[in-house]
Write a protein that binds this ligand. Structure first.
Ligand SMILES: Nc1nc2c(c(=O)[nH]1)N[C@H]1C(S)=C(S)[C@@H](COP(=O)(O)O)O[C@H]1N2
Ligand SMILES: [Mo]
Length: 201
């Protein structure tokens, strides 16, 4: 009977505090995969993470160096522009603040760039101040390749396309440069609470 299995299916939208769900979104227990291209497979020996652009000296970490940085557990709700939201997702990662420590820059914008060529842009202030992480684990397990492993961005206060999978670095920029989806009709800023899905929203 459906009322028996309901408990096993977990939380329904009806059980969720509506204040947590941005306009036009529904809550799912699934974790859909959304990728514009094939999943890249970069070995950890070849993987590095870089900060480039408007700074005196570019910075870089090998996988080993990156994993030696202080990391934290992050529990956040995520919101995809295709209208699913997933509540209380649990990640482990390094704060972007940690990566930018000691860097002086006049840049006001940042482009996340990834293996496979995906990019996405944001004002620098949207990835600093405890708002964004480079995450390497989900739900206590190494991040699965289809979800962006070995490491992806997590910028949960924006639609999830602003969280680049397979991220390899941050480019600090003095000018704003629209990324992959932003040049293909998506909103430049992508605030789910303002329902900024597409250009003109
Ligand atoms: N490199 C890369 N990052 C990406 C994407 C992509 O196609 N390539 N898709 C974005 C979109 S539209 C969403 S909704 C999320 C999906 O992440 P998931 O597949 O782990 O659910 O990744 C974002 N980051
Ligand atoms: Mo998305």
């Amino acid at each position: 009977m459906s009322f028996v299995s309901r408990g096993f299916r977990g939380r329904r939208t009806a059980d969720v505090d509506p204040a947590r769900v941005p306009p036009g979104q529904y809550v799912t227990r699934d974790f859909p995969v959304l990728s514009a291209g094939p999943t890249p497979h970069t070995s950890l020996e070849l993987w590095d993470f870089s900060i480039v652009g408007e700074l005196d000296e570019p910075r870089g970490w090998t996988w080993e160096e990156f994993r030696a940085l202080p990391s934290e557990e992050i529990t956040r709700d995520i919101h995809c522009v295709t209208k699913w939201s997933k509540l209380d997702t649990v990640w482990q990662g390094v704060s972007v603040d940690t990566l930018l420590e000691g860097i002086e820059t006049a840049a006001e914008y940042v482009t996340q760039y990834s293996d496979g060529g995906y990019t996405t842009n944001l004002p620098l202030e949207d990835v600093t101040g405890g708002k964004a992480w480079v995450v390497f684990a989900y739900d206590g397990e190494p991040l699965a390749p289809e979800h962006g492993g070995p490491a992806r961005m997590l910028v949960p206060h924006h639609y999830f396309w602003k969280s680049a999978k397979w991220v390899r670095g941050l480019q600090l920029q003095s000018t704003d440069e629209p990324g992959f989806w932003e040049t293909n009709g998506y909103h430049n800023y992508g605030d789910p609470w303002q329902e900024q899905r597409y250009q003109g929203d």
